[in-house]
Design a binder for this molecule. Structure first.
Ligand SMILES: Cc1cc2nc3c(=O)[nH]c(=O)nc-3n(C[C@H](O)[C@H](O)[C@H](O)COP(=O)(O)OP(=O)(O)OC[C@H]3O[C@@H](n4cnc5c(N)ncnc54)[C@H](O)[C@@H]3O)c2cc1C
Length: 385
């Protein structure tokens, strides 16, 4: 099959939450010919495997550039979700009930004390709860709980609905999409981007965004002195229960422990995760994976034992060498922009990624917030081959 039009203003490689959000942001800013190229189907990889937690405070041990980026993105979510609803009629079920973080051991207690202290000093909103307080908020929590924090600003979104909304928003904005089409390489001539080679032919463009998630490193950057930053897959398995009949409204908050989490959805599903595995590109669900997720879920709430288990799946988180995202224009190659390596936080970081990448492409403004995440950090320390 030949290509519909072998030219575009911007080519975006990869139709996960990151590529879709960038495509929409560019179209909203008036770029008329955005082409998104997806190897398989839109939104079917890590972005639909995720739990949808938007919870930077629950996981952070200090306020660094990454934490600040995550909080900025979380705080964009109410406007982002409302705009998508306006554009498409799809409600992404942004749930602002908040997140609880539980301690069951001495070590967990130390961790929550530390998290509470630094976040209070930093002026962030966090509440310390006694075990009784925590169980009053969520009676399903185990009697073994020894302490808890509540993060009212850490929220959640139904990431699969978010993907549907983004796909529809792009359609309405006139973003062109090629599915079942792999970008094999980005062609660089005279020191700048000329286009991309796909299995269906060459597409000429001056701007390319690499947002291929865990597969980003397979995209060759031809004739370039600096290679594509290395991104590796980190497998995460998930388990899904249905609380509708057995225990309706079992939980309202996202409930974390240092070992696992429960994420209650509006329709009665409860998602539980996850594993962190170096397993190449394998996405099989394993007995050991499900076992560890179940035992961590039961530690949080023994009532999980009564719920029907209705689904299991796994996805591949895209991780760079230092676990930080790779974001922004490549300094040495005009026209080449990275938006990958979002690892555990791609759903959370989607809105800010869309805005900052659009600033760089449309307005030629590279925000200082991107400094710590530039692809140049690898070439300068020789991390990549
Ligand atoms: C179990 C699990 C739980 C998670 N929970 C959360 C959470 O609660 N909160 C959160 O913020 N994040 C979470 N994450 C992380 C989040 O899912 C990822 O960071 C995010 O989805 C990455 O988005 P992406 O668009 O970069 O990648 P993907 O969604 O993987 O999309 C990349 C797309 O690029 C396509 N592609 C790749 N190479 C090419 C090519 N050469 N040509 C064309 N197309 C190509 C792929 O087919 C794919 O569709 C979780 C992840 C997992 C696995």
């Amino acid at each position: 099959m030949s290509l519909p039009t072998a030219t575009a203003d911007v080519v975006i490689i990869g139709g996960g939450v990151i590529g879709l959000t960038i495509a929409r942001a560019l179209a909203l800013r008036g770029i008329s010919d955005v082409l998104l190229v997806e190897r398989a189907r839109l939104g079917k990889e890590a972005s639909s495997a995720a739990a949808g937690m938007l919870a930077p405070q629950a996981e952070a041990d200090e306020a660094d550039d990454f934490f600040n980026l995550c909080c900025q993105s979380r705080d964009l979510y109410p406007t982002f979700a409302a705009a998508l609803r306006e554009e498409t009629g799809i409600d992404c079920e942004l749930d602002r009930t908040g997140t609880l973080y539980l301690a069951f051991t001495d070590h967990d207690q130390g961790e929550i004390e530390h998290r509470y202290d630094w976040q209070v000093r930093a002026g962030l909103t966090v509440q310390k709860l006694t075990p009784a307080d925590a169980r009053t908020l969520e009676p399903c929590i185990s009697e073994s709980v020894r302490g808890a924090l509540k993060f009212p600003d850490d929220i959640q979104v139904e990431n699969r609905r978010l993907l549907s909304a983004l796909i529809q928003a792009n359609e309405k904005l006139g973003v062109r999409v090629m599915t079942a089409s792999t970008v094999e390489s980005v062609r660089i001539d005279c020191g700048r981007v000329q286009g991309v080679e796909t299995a269906r032919g060459f597409i000429s463009t001056e701007q390319v965004v690499v947002s291929g998630g865990a597969w980003s490193s397979f995209i060759k950057i031809l004739n370039a002195a600096s290679p594509n930053p290395r991104i590796e897959p980190v497998k995460g398995q998930m388990v899904c229960f249905d609380s509708t009949d057995v225990a309706p409204n079992l939980a309202r908050h996202v409930i974390y422990s240092p070992r696992g989490y429960l994420v209650p959805r509006r329709d009665g599903r409860i998602l539980s995760g996850s594993t962190t595995e170096q397993a190449g590109f394998d996405k099989e669900v394993t007995g050991a994976g499900v076992h560890s997720i179940l035992s961590n879920a039961l530690e949080i709430s023994p009532r999980i034992a009564d719920l029907p288990l209705i689904g299991v799946w796994a996805g591949l988180r895209p991780r760079a060498h230092d676990s930080l995202p790779v974001l922004g224009p490549c300094e040495q190659i005009p026209g080449l922009v990275f938006a990958t390596g979002h690892y555990r936080n791609g759903i959370l970081l989607a809105p800010i990624t869309g805005e900052l990448i659009a600033d760089a492409i449309v307005d030629n403004v590279v925000s200082a917030a991107l400094n710590a995440f530039s692809s140049d950090r690898f070439t300068s320390v020789g991390v990549n081959p």
